[in-house]
Design a binder for this molecule. Structure first.
Ligand SMILES: Nc1ncnc2c1ncn2[C@@H]1O[C@H](COP(=O)(O)OP(=O)(O)O)[C@@H](O)[C@H]1O
Ligand SMILES: [Mg+2]
Length: 368
């Protein structure tokens, strides 16, 4: 899978851009605040329908304009796809694939897959469980379109259930309505739990192998899925039953707190190296390597599930890595389309012998 060309109009600091990409390595060099991350953001949007930096599409439209556009021509096996997104102030964004407008955003996920590597990935370890849940959601959505749909439905029901818990309706009315919400929450929540469990099991296996190589066999990385619903049986009916039972047992407390405590919206991933919690005990350098192992595994999972390697986006990550890790990364991207940003040409030393194009970014303009 590779991107053949990108077109931007009024996308952040780009007025108008039209570039063809190299099938293998693409390096974008520019000083700070010139538009390097903006370009990766536009590519990410074509893959997922959303930004990795903001939930507010209007931030993406150039400050002086009312509309923004991104178009990407991609090639998957022998087929060509043309993905286009149009954003307008105060309107829903519109997405077209091969000129046909998508009614349902989940269709987009079958087009282009990407994995982003960014210095912000460290948050995956350092920050709270919310960061790890959104990693799960973004990653699984790319390989399993229906997952995204389930998350949206789950969040809607959860929102309604929480409003009901806080409402001043009659107690018996609340309890009657809760019964309906609980059934729906447990049903969709169970689908989410099963998808997450399958994904983390697969991720953990691959990440353990990669991490072993990256640490010269010194560290054993283990990732475990944590949920307050019991998923060990791996049977839909049993999980759903446990979910419902726990919701019922917790009703009094939920009513007191005005929020729902049971369910996958409280999930987490436990990350351990040599059986020690990486969040509290790993050094910054170790944490960086763990994140690399996890991201490189995501690349492999996409290949396993979709049959093609994703396009790799690297946002300014080389400068933070030592030589060995840089070499490992560059080597593992052989044969995959890679789009790299950097502030320094020095990062190119690792890319000798690669089929590459180099671009220079200045103030939303690109020179090749
Ligand atoms: N909606 C927008 N309209 C115009 N300029 C924007 C918009 N959003 C961000 N920018 C500009 O884009 C630049 C940052 O681009 P970015 O890609 O993050 O830089 P970097 O090259 O450091 O990765 C800043 O100058 C910022 O002001
Ligand atoms: Mg940047």
């Amino acid at each position: 899978m590779n991107i053949e060309s990108i077109k931007l109009i009024n996308f952040r600091n780009y007025n108008s851009l039209n570039i063809s990409l190299n099938k293998e390595t693409n390096v974008f060099i520019g000083k700070n605040a010139q538009g390097k991350t903006n370009l990766l953001e536009s590519i990410y949007m074509c893959a997922t329908g959303r930004s990795f930096r903001t939930n507010r599409d209007k931030e993406i439209i150039n400050l002086n304009k009312n509309q923004a556009y991104v178009g990407a021509k991609i090639k998957v096996d022998k087929a060509e796809k043309f993905i286009e997104i149009k954003m307008e102030r105060n309107k829903q964004k519109r997405i077209r694939v091969n000129k046909i407008e998508l009614k349902n955003f989940k269709e987009l996920y079958s087009g282009l897959n990407v994995v982003v590597f960014s210095p912000d990935d460290l948050k995956l370890i350092k920050d709270g469980p919310g960061e790890r849940r959104s990693f799960l959601d973004m990653s699984i959505s790319q390989i399993k379109p229906v997952y995204k749909h389930n998350i949206n439905r789950y969040n809607k029901i959860l929102f309604q259930r929480n409003n009901l818990l806080k409402s001043n309706k009659k107690k018996s009315d609340i309890l009657n309505l809760l019964e309906i919400f609980d059934l729906q929450l447990a049903k969709i929540g169970t689908e989410i739990i099963i998808s997450r469990n399958v994904f983390i099991e697969e991720l953990s296996k691959i990440a353990e192998e990669i991490h072993k190589k990256l640490t010269l066999e010194k560290e054993k990385l283990t990732l475990n899925y944590i949920s307050n619903v019991n998923f060990m049986e791996q049977n839909k009916d049993i999980i759903e039953k446990d979910f419902l039972t726990k919701l019922k047992l917790n009703t009094k407390k939920d009513l007191f707190l005005g929020t729902t405590e049971i369910g996958p919206h409280r999930d987490d991933i436990e990350i351990k190296t040599n059986n020690i919690d990486a969040r509290t005990f790993a050094s910054q350098g170790q944490q960086r390597t763990i994140v690399l192992s996890i991201k490189l595994s995501e690349v492999e999972i996409i290949k396993l599930d979709r049959g093609n390697y994703p396009v790799i986006l690297l946002d300014d990550v080389f400068s933070e890595l030592d030589e060995e890790r840089r070499k490992y990364l560059t080597m593992s991207f052989n044969g995959k389309q890679t789009i790299i940003t950097s502030t320094d040409v020095i990062d190119l030393v690792d890319m000798e012998g690669k089929n590459k194009s180099i671009f220079y970014i200045e103030n939303g303009n690109i020179l090749q």
